[in-house]
Design a protein around this ligand. Structure first.
Ligand SMILES: NC(=O)c1ccc[n+]([C@@H]2O[C@H](COP(=O)([O-])OP(=O)(O)OC[C@H]3O[C@@H](n4cnc5c(N)ncnc54)[C@H](OP(=O)(O)O)[C@@H]3O)[C@@H](O)[C@H]2O)c1
Length: 209
């Protein structure tokens, strides 16, 4: 598939690089050809192509959003998505690792407001980028789980397919309002690892009997 990335920093690059190795085409959407992360990504993986943001959206099957949350409205509102799947990998983080929207609404639902003609799916936020770079936990019999939330089943199925290819167990946790709870899982992971010293390769697992 053709996958566009808006934001190709730690999160965007980790996902794009692994998905390119699985055979997908990667398009980096940019508004600045001198962007440090764009140049860094091109140097690390010359297979990536760079197009303007709207060209990248138009030329891709699925779009990843991996930018600082505070710039999302200005990036998204001018773009037209024509019903394509937009994966929200961003987190609204407030002071003291609190929820940046005071837990009143998820960041993903705001992303859906700003990209009204996209099908927004929340995924890839419940871990730090370390668990997006390397998904191999081969000494265990369970895989790390990657959860998805969204309003449209077909869009979630596309993301779950990518999750499987990346090596995760994957699970649909419900509609986009569930993203608020995923964002709280993120805050818990971030506080545990970045503040309390838990290992950055710690992941969540889904066990059922
Ligand atoms: N870091 C993590 O462990 C982690 C894990 C899960 C989710 N997240 C979330 O994922 C998102 C990205 O995090 P990250 O760690 O990947 O950040 P990052 O490494 O700083 O990358 C941010 C990307 O956004 C681009 N960007 C920044 N300002 C921009 C603007 N005004 N216009 C266009 N592009 C702009 C940057 O381009 P330039 O190089 O040009 O600045 C870069 O490509 C955040 O919302 C974060 O909360 C982070």
């Amino acid at each position: 598939m053709k996958l566009a990335f808006i934001g190709i920093g730690k999160v965007g690059f980790a996902l794009a690089n692994n998905l390119q190795k699985k055979g997908h085409e990667i398009i980096m959407g940019h508004n600045n050809l001198n962007s440090p992360s764009l140049l860094d990504a091109q140097a690390k993986n010359p297979n990536f192509v760079a197009l303007t943001l709207q060209e990248a959206v138009d030329d891709s099957d699925i779009i990843f959003l991996a930018t600082p949350f505070k710039i999302n409205s200005s990036i998204l509102e001018p773009l037209r998505f024509h019903g394509k799947t937009l994966i929200d990998c961003t987190n609204p983080v407030g002071p003291g690792i609190s929820h940046g929207l005071e837990s009143k609404i998820s960041g993903a639902e705001k992303v859906q407001e700003w990209a009204a003609d996209a099908e927004v799916v929340k995924s890839y936020t419940i871990y730090g980028y370390e668990n997006l770079e390397n998904t191999h936990f081969s000494k265990y019999h369970v895989k790390p789980v990657m959860l998805v939330a969204g309003n449209r089943t077909e869009a979630k199925a596309q993301v779950m397919q990518l999750n499987t290819e990346l090596g995760y167990e994957t699970l649909d946790v419900g509609d986009l309002s569930q993203a608020l709870h995923l964002e709280h899982m993120t805050l818990m992971w971030v506080k545990m690892v970045r503040v309390n010293g838990h290992h950055p390769n710690f992941t969540w697992a889904y066990l059922e009997r």
